[in-house]
Structures are given as C-alpha cells and as structure tokens.
Design a binder for this molecule. Sequence first.
Ligand code: C2E
Ligand code: CA
Ligand code: CA
Ligand code: CA
Length: 276
Amino acid sequence: SEKKAGEDCGFYDEGSAERLKWEEEMNEMFEDSLSGHDFQVFLQPKVSPKSGETKGAEALVRWHHPQKGVIYPSDFIPLFERNGNICRLDVYVFEKVCALLEKWEDMGKKLIPISVNLSRQHFSQPEFLEELSVIAGRYGVRTDMLEFELTESIFLEENQIDIVKESIRQMHKLGFRCSLDDFGSGFSSLGLLKEFDVDALKLDRIFFQDMHSEKARDVIACLMELAKKLDVKTVAEGIEEQEQVEYLRMADCDMIQGYIYSRPVPADVFEERFLR
Ligand code: C2E
Ligand code: CA
Ligand code: CA
Ligand code: CA
C-alpha cells in the first residue's frame, strides 16, 4: 500500500551521519538498480469530476530495493537532482511510459495521455527533447499522448527563463504536451502564465485544504476562470474528500488527481481499473 507524500522524509534525519551514509549507499546502488529494473513506474489517474472518466495519468517512480523495500521519491529525487542521476532516471521513466502506451495500443485500449515529471536539470542539455522524441518514435507512440510536468521551481533561476520558454516551444513543435506542476506551492506568480505557453495548470493541494473558507473557494473559482480564459486545462492535485470534488465540479475544474479516486498504482492495476 502507498504511504502519503510527506509522511516519509526518508529513513534518516536530514544532515545526520546516517543520512549521509544512506545517500552514499543510494548513489552506489543507482546503476545496478537502473539496469536491474528496480525502478518501477506507478500511475495515478486524472479524473474528470463531471463525467468520472479517466482523462489522463501521471507516472510516479518507485524504487523497489531488494533489501530496503520501497523507497519513495522524496527520499532520492533531491539527491539525484544534485548529482545528475535524475536525468537518466527521468529518461528511464519516459521510456517505460512509451512502452506502456505501445502495449495499450496493441491491446486495443483507448489511449489516454500520460505525464512524466521532468527535472530542471534537463534544461541544461538542449538536445534532451530530441532524444525523447526519438525514443517515442522507436515505440511508435504519438507524442500528443505524452506530457511533461515542469515544476514551478524551474522558473526560479532568471537565466533559465529563456531556455525553458524555448524548450516549451520545441516540445510543442515535436507534438508533446506540457503542464505547469505544483502551481501555487511556492514561488509561482501569475506572470508565469502569460510568459509560458503550457497546456495544463496543476494546482497544488494547498489551494484545496480549507474549502470551508469562502475566501479559499473564491481563489479557486478565480483560478479556474483565469485558466479557462487562457485556454489552459486545470488539474486539482491532492484531492481526498468528496466535498472537494463537489466544489471542483461546480467550479468547472477539468481534472482531479488524488487519493479520492486512487493512489498511484502499478501499471497492471491501473490497466484493470481505469482503462477501457
Ligand atoms: P508531484 O509531481 O507533485 O506528484 C504528486 C505527489 O502527490 C505524489 O507523491 C503522489 O503520490 C502524491 N499524491 C497524489 N494524490 C494525493 C492525495 O490525495 N493526497 C496526498 N497527500 N498526496 C497525494 P510521490 O509519488 O511520493 O512523489 C513525490 C514527488 O517526487 C512528485 O511530486 C515529483 O515532484 C517527484 N517525482 C516522482 N516521480 C518522479 C520522476 O519520475 N521524476 C522526477 N523528476 N520527479 C519525480
Ligand atoms: Ca508532477
Ligand atoms: Ca506500435
Ligand atoms: Ca504536483
């Protein structure tokens, strides 16, 4: 079963000697785990609150360590972002997703777009999108079934803005979709929305944590309207309560991603439960 995000801050305290040793261990295990397929792609559905239909899914990585058990992204993503391993892991996840889409197509399933998370590290290698489109081509997957989630922290560095803008242009040229992840969690500004041509806005769960407050509801309603005006799809993240679903349906939110519909599950479970 899945733990809640945020519950697990790793096996050890940040900065402790045990933590440093554990990080070293994870670094040493990385290569073997990658080639041994110890990384697994879980999928979480994005569901329309209007129709109940599954409109898409997000790929979330899990590390199944033979001795340690399941290791969650919050434990290793920050580490792998520091040492660059994250780029290879993201490409690995992307390729697994392509293989899945190809399999679903061969099974005659109705395809839905799957999103993968892209670390900001990729943007320092301008050829990475070409590489990804070659992989998609190898599996015969239509690029419009593939979406990249860029977290808003990507835009923190001034000199990255132009690079990211150009990358989004290239994503669209290659047919990929792209969404702005964790919107509202930290450093976002509405300015990002006019600057970057994204297809979807993923609203962070903090927006939905106090839906009894009228102010909170007004903010949500405004964001939904703004997105509509900008022709950007909306995805509400971290939804756990029916009450939140009711409000989001009323506010015309396009998709809901959260435990209320499903935790992230292995691909075969996802196929059984959510694919037609
Ligand atoms: P994220 O991209 O914001 O992904 C959503 C996180 O929220 C996931 O945590 C998911 O399990 C969790 N979640 C979904 N619904 C609910 C809910 O209703 N309530 C609560 N409390 N949590 C919910 P997860 O899988 O532990 O991933 C954490 C973060 O790690 C992700 O946040 C993403 O930033 C990063 N990550 C995961 N997989 C990858 C990957 O393949 N590549 C990269 N670069 N980052 C990844
Ligand atoms: Ca994400
Ligand atoms: Ca094929
Ligand atoms: Ca998110």
